[in-house]
Every structure is written in C-alpha cells, then in structure tokens.
Design a protein around this ligand. Sequence first.
Ligand SMILES: [Zn+2]
Ligand SMILES: [Zn+2]
Length: 392
Amino acid sequence: MAVQWLLVCHGLVTLLVVVSFLCGNWPIFQGTFVQRIHFFLAFGAYDYFRRVIDFVFGARGTGALASVEYFCCDRPNPILQILYLGIIGGTYYIIVKSSFSYIPGYYLSEIHRYTSLLAVAVGIILFLLTSFSDPGTVNIENVSQYLSAYPYDNIIFFEKDCSTCKIPRPARSKHCSVCKRCVARFDHHCGWMNNCIGEKNTRYFMAFLFWHFIICIYGVVAIVLLLAGRMKELQVIHILTVYYGIDNSFRGLAPHVAQWLLGSYNTQVLIMVFLAIVSLLLTGFFAYHAKLCITNTTTNETFKWQDYLSWQRKLKEAKASEEALKASLGELSLEKKVRESKCKAICRKSRLEEVEVIQNNIYDRGFVHNIYEIIYPLSSRRSFSHKKSKLR
Ligand SMILES: [Zn+2]
Ligand SMILES: [Zn+2]
C-alpha cells in the first residue's frame, strides 16, 4: 500500500506546486501559503540560485546567468514552444504506449484511436496559428487606419508617439519590449507562443485555450471509460465479492478497486490526474480571457484600469481628508459644535469614500459586437483599409 500512498502524495504535491506557480498571485490566494509558495517559486528560488552561482563562480558566473536570463525572458526564443510540443507529444506518446492496446475495449470503440490523434493535431495547428500569425503589428503603412479604428479615450490612452518605432501609438496598442514592435489591441506577450497576443490573433489564442481544455476533458473521460472497461472485462467486482468475500458496497469495494487500479494501471491514473489538473488550470485561464473578450478589454488594459482606479480612489480620499480637516479647523472655536462637526466631517468622508470610481470603457460595444470583433478583427474588414489618415 506504501507505493499507492506515495503516488497520491506525488499527485497532491504536483497539484499544489502547479496551482501555486500559475495561480498563486490571484486575489483568492492573497495572504495564504499558496501565495507564499508562488513568490518563492517565481522569485525567491531564483534569487537563492543566483546567490549560489555568485558564491561558487563569482562575477563571471552571475554575468553568464544574466545573459541566459536576458535570452530567456527578454528576447524572442522558442524554449517554451519546444516545451509545449514536448508536453503534448510526450503525453500522447505515453497514452498510445500504455493504453492503445486496450482500444477497442468494453466502453471505447476503435474510432478513439483516430479521434485522439485528430484532437492532438488540431491542438498543434491552433498552437502554430497563434504562434506564427501576425498579432496586429502597427507600422507606418497601417498606423493611420489603426488610429481611426481605435479612438483615444483620454483616460488610459492618450495621443503619444512610440519612441522606438517613431510612429504615433494608436489607442489600445503597446510596444512589446520582447518583439520590439508596436502591437494593436495588445493583450500580452505570450512566452508559450513566443508571440504577442493582439488584435489579429486573440481569436486563435482563445480557440487554442478552449480546444486544449476539450482535449484534457476528452482524455480524462476516455481513460475513465478504458479503466471501467478493464474492470468489466476482468470481472474485478465479481472476483472481489465472490472469491475474496469483500462486502458488495461502494465503501467496501472502493479501497480494493483503487489499490488494483494504482497497482495495475498507475500510468493511466497518473495521466488522468495530470490531464484533470491541466483542464482545471485551463478553465480558469479561459474564463479570465473570455470575460476580457466579452467586455472588450485586454490584459494590458486591466492593469492600466487598476492603476487608474487606485489613483482615483486615493485622490478622492485625499479630497475627503482635506474637507474634513477644513471643517474641523473652521469650527474649532465653537467648542459646543466640535463633536457635531467632527461627526459631519466623518460622515462626509465616508460618503465620499463610498462613491465608487467607475470604469468607463468606451471600447465595450455590447456582448455581440465585442465577440464579433474578436472573431472578425477590425483590421480584417474592408472598411479598415478605407479609413482615412488622422495623423497629427
Ligand atoms: Zn513601438
Ligand atoms: Zn511580443
């Protein structure tokens, strides 16, 4: 039974590490040990590693490490693309090697040998489309059209030139420091795709996330059906109840069935757990980006709005404090009224604090229009090329 418990512990630790690393900075984990693990994995561990390199190899070692860091984080590179292909290819290879001999099975028909390959192939095609498609590069030829397509809201986007590309920077665009270009409706630079996610390829990125979620769920369901089929074919329940005298109830059979599965089909169980974890992560990631698409916002704009709203709140708080101070000072001579004025000031302040700063997103044109804009980007439409220059 020790091996089984080891496998369960391995699964739980893997889940904790993956969730902490990818989602540890989400608001729901604030102040928890998941957030602490995230900071250790994201920053602390690397900091310790750098110190060890410095201690062992001195300045030459840290210099070499800085070069590697620059190549991996600040320059376009295919490391994560190769890792993605390794993960999807490796997982499919393990599934073929460990499970295809049981297909067709009691609950799985032969068609799943081909549909699984098709599912993986579509996933890789979507990956290639997102990785190698133009995210919406802004250049001297199309900048005037982008300037007309996305007006400045003068809240988070103002008329400005890109100091690197030497062209006006359209609203919603951003200069990507990794790709060294301005990208329209910039969402983020995706290391896995080695490409920016922008106006033109958000649709492929969303399709990629959704399709990989479907593949993971398909994998989990197929493995469950495969294992259930093996149990049926080998008459496991019958043997346990008749030959071993195990009580024919869920409570009685579950530990023995689990032991049999972990002993005989541990590869399939591990793959199933892995796919379930990845599908959970993809659900969160897809839901976050779907919400952005529905409200016609980007990840980049989310950060800008956060900064703007917190600045507005601070401004309101400062004004409220100033008013409260003025009221207190003005009425200080009238001792009788002091308490009353303080109460009024406090009430006034709390009322001002309660006024919520509103996020006025002028690019949000309603659910249908927003989704249509993702599927059929503005720059792909005929009207885009007819837009006239508004260059300053
Ligand atoms: Zn630029
Ligand atoms: Zn980029």
